[in-house]
Each structure stands twice: as structure tokens, then as C-alpha cells.
Design a protein around this ligand. Structure first.
Ligand code: KQY
Length: 375
């Protein structure tokens, strides 16, 4: 008799933790299977009907697609528009969300040494819920990680605490980098102490060591995400946003981060090498840009003259390319040179991302890697 073996398609919500199951989050510079993005459309965050932002998202997706497959989730209303504007080699799937920050609403993937990949689905509260969050409701964003896990056929851990992917960076070898401003903010997990948060990071990222920096980039509306301030560029090596201008409020923030990094040791007991990347000259929102936004109660107000949290650290490391934000020629060139030195096997691709920055984030915030399973 013909023996038929059913292929398992049931996706599980696991009761254990990645750490207990011997899964860990690999570093972004390790190999990827692909990258996820979401299509921007909300007119209270993206000016002029989100058209300029959509053009910038297309440029980012196109640049990343030179190195790895890209999938973009778009709402039912925007599906045709996104499909028409993105190249045919970019997969577009219908997915509702409250906004387009998949770094934060999407899953963090973890892998194990047996070639498996799973998703961690963090609780999401729009960067602070009703105590300083950026919009309400955020229920659709909170479902994004689960939807992506389903499409990627990944079993899922639902973490019992609030975290955004932009609030953590890992070296893939047991170390996590984060900020006190964000993770200790009472608008995320007021019931957890610093030690308990470290424990949760250990359990859900499979890490052993947490390096705490203080405040994030000046006026970063996420309460200081690490992904604007600093990131691992290799095990034992960190890139840090920098300014030489003592009168800039960012000066003390970067100095403090530098001091902490200098005195830290990673999970392997290594001292860190720090690569400073000078920030662009301060960028503010113009009156015309502010006027292009819909005004909606309960949404973070964006006003003419507001300084934007511009940093070169918010780049995305794809398989063969690194996609970095471009702001002003002089600083862009220096940042690109440093990144080319740090990532000699990748092509450095610059994208003008002012329109993404106007929404409060940048390239790293709108992307989420799907790591390749270990062979
Ligand atoms: O830093 C990030 N990962 C996200 C920025 C989100 C800004 C929301 N307006």
C-alpha cells in the first residue's frame, strides 16, 4: 500500500523560549534568506498622501533586492499601487498594519544549529502606548509579526513583554546592545526591573550579555532606539553615531555611549573596537513638509522646525549590499567611506531618505531581515 506522509503545515505558538530550545538571534551581518518591508500610507505620518515616502521605500527595496529577495506587505487599498511601483522581482503581499515600521512591528527571527528558524513575536504598543506612544490604535501592527511568521512558515514564540526590534542589536555571539532610555522606560514594561529585562532578553534572544548605553539619538521619538545610535558591524566591533560639535545636545549623548562601550566587555570577554561615524549636520522639518501632513488627534505631532533624528547608523546590511541613508554630501561621503572599510565584501548603496526621516525613522526601521537557517 502506498504510504503517504503528510507534510506538517501546522504552525505552532510555542510555550517554551528560544533560549531553552537552543535558538538564538543571529547578527544582521550573517546570511539572510530575505527582507521584509511594509508599504507606507498613513497621511498623518507621511506627507502629501505618502507619495514621496512611497518613492523612497521603492528605492530602498530596489537597492536591497540587489542582494536578497524582498517582500513588501501592503494594505488592500494600496496593494495595486505598491504592486505597480515596485519591481516585478519584489514580492508584494496584502497585509494590513497601522504603519510601516516592520523593524518594530515585525518578528525577530531566531535560528538553531539544526537548520531551523523560528519567530519571536514581541508585544507592540506603538513606542509607549497611552504614555507617550506615537499613535493609537496599534492592534494591526501587533499582528504583523504573527502574519509574517505564518508566511515564512515559522513556529512562533509570543514574548510576554513589550519590545521593538529597533531597540536591540546583537552580535550573534551572545551579546546584545541596547539603551536604558528605551528599555527602562516605564511606558514599555513598568512591571519589570532592569535585571528582569536582562533575563527576558537572555531568554528570547539566546544571548548571555547585555551592554547598556544611556540615551539614544537626540529627539528620537522612539525613546532612544539603539538602531539610530550604535550597532555591531562585526563581533567585537561597534559603529557609533558621533558629533564633534560640543554645543550639539548629541555631543554628550555620544560621549557617554563611547565611554560605556570602551569599558564594556562582550559575551566572550572581548573589549570592543568603536568606529565613530559623524552625524549629518542637523536636519529640521520645513514648513512645507509639515503642511503636507494630515492632522489627527492622538498621533505624534510633527511641526515645522522640529529637528529630526538623523544618523548614518540606521543602515541595513543585506547579503551583498549595505543600504545607507544619504543626507548631505560632505558627511555622506565620510560615512560611506567608513562603511566601505567596515564592510569590504558589500557594495555600499546610498539612498536619499529624507522622506523616511520625516516619518521619524530610517532604512533600518523599515526593514526586517529573515536570517538564513544554519546549514
Ligand atoms: O527606530 C526605529 N526602529 C523605528 C522608528 C519608528 C518611528 C515611528 N514614527
Amino acid at each position: 500500500m502506498l504510504a503517504l506522509r503528510a507534510r506538517r503545515i501546522t504552525l505552532r505558538t510555542l510555550k517554551s523560549t528560544p533560549d531553552r530550545d537552543k535558538f538564538w538571534m543571529p547578527a544582521e551581518y550573517e546570511r539572510h534568506s530575505g527582507c521584509w518591508m511594509l508599504w507606507p500610507e498613513r497621511c498623518d505620518n507621511w506627507r502629501s498622501g505618502a507619495k514621496p515616502a512611497q518613492a523612497a521605500f521603492v528605492s530602498v527595496a530596489t537597492a536591497i533586492s540587489l542582494g536578497e529577495p524582498v517582500t513588501v506587505g501592503a494594505s488592500a487599498q494600496q496593494f495595486q499601487n505598491a504592486r505597480a511601483r515596485l519591481g516585478d522581482h519584489i514580492r508584494v503581499v496584502e497585509m494590513s498594519a497601522n504603519d510601516a515600521w516592520v523593524r518594530d512591528s515585525g518578528p525577530t527571527f531566531v535560528i538553531d544549529s539544526r537548520g531551523r528558524r523560528r519567530a519571536v513575536d514581541w508585544m507592540f504598543n506603538a513606542w509607549g502606548g497611552h504614555a507617550g506612544g506615537l499613535y493609537s490604535p496599534w492592534d494591526r501592527d501587533d499582528e504583523v509579526a504573527r502574519k509574517i511568521a505564518e508566511i515564512e512558515s515559522a513556529d512562533r514564540y509570543r514574548a510576554p513583554f513589550v519590545l521593538e526590534g529597533g531597540a536591540i542589536h546583537v552580535d550573534g555571539q551572545g551579546t546584545c546592545l541596547t539603551t536604558e532610555e528605551c528599555l527602562l522606560n516605564p511606558n514599555r514594561n513598568p512591571h519589570l526591573s532592569r535585571a528582569q529585562i536582562e533575563d527576558e532578553l537572555r531568554r528570547y534572544l539566546g544571548i548571555r550579555c547585555v551592554i547598556w548605553l544611556g540615551r539614544g539619538v537626540y529627539l528620537d521619538e522612539t525613546d532612544g532606539h539603539i538602531d539610530e545610535l550604535a550597532c555591531f558591524v562585526a563581533p567585537g566591533q561597534v559603529a557609533l553615531t558621533w558629533t564633534a560639535d560640543r554645543s550639539d545636545p548629541q555631543y554628550e549623548i555620544s560621549q557617554d555611549a563611547y565611554r560605556r562601550l570602551k569599558s564594556a566587555r562582550d559575551a566572550h570577554g572581548r573589549l570592543l573596537t568603536i568606529h565613530k561615524i559623524h552625524q549629518p549636520d542637523p536636519i529640521t522639518m520645513t514648513a512645507e513638509e509639515a503642511a503636507g501632513l494630515d492632522i489627527r488627534e492622538g498621533t505624534y505631532p510633527r511641526r515645522a522646525g522640529d529637528r529630526l533624528p538623523a544618523s548614518y547608523i540606521n543602515f541595513y546590511i543585506a547579503n551583498k549590499v549595505l543600504v545607507m541613508p544619504l543626507y548631505d554630501r560632505r558627511r555622506d561621503r565620510a560615512a560611506a567611506r567608513t562603511l566601505a572599510r567596515l564592510f569590504p565584501t558589500r557594495r555600499i548603496m546610498g539612498v536619499r531618505t529624507r522622506e523616511i526621516l520625516l516619518g521619524g525613522g530610517n532604512i533600518h526601521c523599515i526593514t526586517q531581515q529573515v536570517p538564513a537557517p544554519k546549514r
